[in-house]
Design a binder for this molecule. Structure first.
Ligand code: FES
Ligand SMILES: [Fe+2]
Length: 329
């Protein structure tokens, strides 16, 4: 079957789990970046991500046995223990011990023998840096007060697996016309988008209807690289949305939406306008999904004067590829 898009997986910081999904001593199998991986949290609380298959005889480190059956490999100190012959690996993928060897093989001793991924933990999320050439991170994950403060409600989370490419989803923000037909908005949203280095940012001024008449509001949309997006709704119901897209492989992404709203007098407010705004955005994603899952990428689209800055968006996005030239677009 023909691939529906030619782009490879872009590099960047990607959400691989929420922090509370990984307790101390946990190890879980995950698949991202076209690879089977193991995500674990050491006894000191550090989260680590390694390629899953043991360099010894290939056991998957994310599937434990005996008292760890149904869980991952056992954690001992700062290392994960392979369930097959108990070789130990730390978060850098260095073999730290082979309990039954008199001498560690020189190929392994003190050496990195499993690819590892840089990790940052903030905004209640575990972020991994993916780069096809294993380069060091080129920027940092942006921290958000809203997702790190007790003044804001616990994250309301939604997630989807979508058969598309991250770029195709991100292109939505440069495509105001689809709002009329896919999201059935009454008018075409107007916003200015700026692209600067690894970031893009759009501001849309909106008049929002309330029981006491219309108020001025704004929707601020931003991305930091291909994996970290966020939207702030300012005006009637202040809402902060983290939109996180992570490649599972070349044809599928995991998309996480996490919403939070400020507490009022220390209380979480649900329902009313607060609930409606979240419901509306989740509904929009579900409206986009069948388009994304069945469309192809048009490298040389025929555009009209009412379309958004598609070419500009694609040029900006192409910086996240190593082996793919956007002049093919
Ligand atoms: S396969 Fe992992 S220790 Fe042997
Ligand atoms: Fe959309």
């Amino acid at each position: 079957m023909e691939r529906r898009y030619p782009m490879p997986m872009p590099f960047g910081w990607y959400a691989v789990a929420y922090s509370d999904e990984l307790e101390i001593g946990d190890a879980i199998p995950v698949t991202y970046f076209g690879k089977d991986l193991v995500l674990f949290r050491t006894e000191s609380g550090k989260s680590c991500l390694l390629d899953a298959y043991c360099p010894h005889l290939g056991a998957h480190l994310g599937y434990g046995i005996h008292e760890n059956a149904g869980r991952g490999g056992r954690i001992q100190g700062e290392s994960i223990v392979c369930p097959f012959h108990a070789w130990k690996f730390n978060g850098e993928g260095i073999c730290t011990d082979i309990p039954y060897a008199k001498n560690m093989p020189p190929k392994v001793k003190g050496k990195k023998c499993l690819p590892s991924y840089p990790i940052t933990e903030t905004n209640q999320v575990i972020w991994a840096w993916y780069h096809p050439d294993e380069c060091d991170p080129l920027w940092e994950v942006e921290q958000h007060e809203e997702a790190n403060s007790t003044e804001w409600a616990p994250l309301q989370r939604y997630e989807w697996e979508i058969a598309t490419h991250s770029q195709e989803m991100a292109e939505n923000a440069a495509d105001p016309a689809h709002f009329l037909y896919v999201h059935r908005t009454s008018s075409m949203p107007e916003w200015d988008i700026e692209y600067e280095e690894f970031r893009s940012r759009g501001v849309q001024k909106a008049r929002m209807p309330t029981p006491r008449g219309e108020v001025d509001g704004a929707i601020i949309n931003a991305s930091v690289g291909p994996g970290q997006g966020f939207t702030k709704f300012v005006g009637i119901a202040e809402t902060f949305l983290m939109g996180m897209t992570t490649p599972i492989d070349e044809d599928r992404v995991k998309c996480r939406f996490a919403f939070t709203q400020p507490k009022v007098d220390g209380e979480v407010v649900t329902g009313g306008v607060n609930g409606a705004i979240i419901k509306n955005i989740v509904g929009q994603l579900e409206e986009d999904k069948p388009i994304w899952e069945n469309k192809i990428y048009r490298p040389l689209p025929v555009l009209c004067d009412g379309d958004g800055p598609i070419a500009k968006f694609r040029k900006w996005y192409s910086q996240f590829y190593v082996d793919w030239d956007s002049s093919q677009m």
